[in-house]
Design a binder for this molecule. Structure first.
Ligand code: NAD
Ligand code: TYD
Length: 335
């Protein structure tokens, strides 16, 4: 089988490529990535000489290129996106372009070249915010209610994928997952930002009261779920993928990281809240569990420790990022 992975140089895409080549060594992967600030080919160093892996530097918004690449592809797994809420608040334009127009370009190419599957990777953020102190979870029946430019652009892309499946019979599937964590996580996101700041002797910026709840999913569990959806998932279906945390808020996450790094709680710095900050996300992953037999297997505490160890061992990887172009964004965001 030949897969086109878009955004394969990003956090989840690169974990997926490493996972896939190990699990399915006879498959071929083409990785199409624009190498934005978030794309990093260092993540894929261990496979760059693998004859079954090919990297193409390009933009998913380029119809000629995408059409040409897709001509001999069986399956598209679409990760490429602008993915950070805070950046979408500073400037929504690249989110509209890549997440909506880019998905449209890929869908057209998928249809024209008759791919056997288009899998779209999306987020739980398209469903808005759940109240604190409640047991309500997002399910596949929850209505869309995006509240940030990022979430709105991802919601639009989900709608396009579904429309192409219904209108043109494009064989597609969608997954909406919760917040991932693990190796190669870009240090603008909460967990890697906290770990790397603390290693550097800096404080951790916590937005608002810090009582915001996310559902944390270890990235390898996510990759395994996509694998199952590609093999056993039903065309036209959406599957939710969530983790093993039970309503843990940002302060509790930080306290765990502080303990694991032997740091004082005085390293928490409360900063101005994110506008439109979604209070709580929680995923009900019963459908994928019942229909495909998937469940998250990586315990949060154990894999948070593994992730911290990874960041301690791979300081060159994130220090290059934190001293590069990313520094300008950091200064602007936390001014
Ligand atoms: P990321 O920001 O780490 O990586 C995105 C990748 O896409 C980068 O390599 C970037 O260079 C590439 N890219 C961006 N614009 C492109 C374009 N126009 N053409 C080609 N490549 C382009 O993102 P991530 O965290 O790995 O997320 C991957 C996908 O998973 C996204 O679709 C995101 O919405 C979704 N998702 C992520 C999370 C999470 O916790 N990180 C949670 C739910 C859903
Ligand atoms: P983030 O990693 O940006 O993911 P998302 O907003 O997509 O869920 O943020 C996770 C949580 O951490 C969210 O509630 C916002 C919060 N947060 C902070 O408190 N401080 C920070 O510096 C960042 C980046 C996030």
């Amino acid at each position: 089988m030949k897969l086109l992975v878009t955004g394969g140089a990003g956090f989840i895409g690169s974990n997926f490529i490493l996972y896939w080549l190990k699990k399915h060594p006879n498959d071929k992967i083409v990785n199409l990535d624009k190498l934005t600030y978030a794309g990093n080919l260092e993540n894929l160093k261990s496979v760059e000489k693998n004859p079954n892996y090919e990297f193409i530097h390009g933009d998913i918004c380029n119809p000629q290129l995408v059409n040409q690449i897709t001509s001999n592809i069986d399956v598209i797994v679409h990760f490429a996106a602008e993915s950070h809420v805070d950046r979408s608040i500073l400037d929504a334009a690249p989110f509209i372009k890549t997440n909506i127009e880019g998905t449209y370009v890929l869908l057209e190419a998928a249809l024209k070249n008759k791919v056997s599957r288009f899998h779209h990777v999306s987020t739980d953020e398209v469903f808005g915010a759940l109240p604190l102190n409640s047991k309500v979870k997002f399910t596949e029946k929850t209505a869309y209610n995006p509240r940030s430019p990022y979430a709105a652009s991802k919601a639009a892309s989900d709608h396009l994928v579904r429309a192409y499946q219904i209108t043109y019979n494009l064989p597609s599937t969608i997954s909406n997952c919760s917040n991932n964590f693990g190796p190669f996580h870009f240090p603008e996101k909460f967990i890697p930002l906290a770990i790397t700041n603390l290693i550097e002797g800096k404080k951790v910026p916590v937005y608002g009261d810090g009582l915001y709840v996310r559902d944390w999913l270890y990235v390898e569990d996510h990759c395994r779920a996509i694998d199952l959806i590609l093999q056993k998932g039903n065309i036209g279906e959406t599957y939710f993928i969530g983790g093993l945390t039970d309503d843990i808020n940002n302060i509790e996450v930080i306290k765990k990281i502080l303990r694991l790094l032997n740091k004082e709680e005085s390293n928490i710095e409360y900063v101005k809240d994110r506008p439109g900050h979604d209070r709580r996300y929680s995923i009900d992953w019963n459908k994928i569990n019942k229909e495909l037999g998937w469940k998250p297997e990586h315990d949060f505490d154990e894999y948070l420790k593994m992730t911290i160890d990874w960041f301690i061992k791979n300081q060159d990887w994130w220090k290059r990022i934190k001293t590069g172009k990313y520094l300008d964004y950091y200064k602007k965001q936390y001014a």
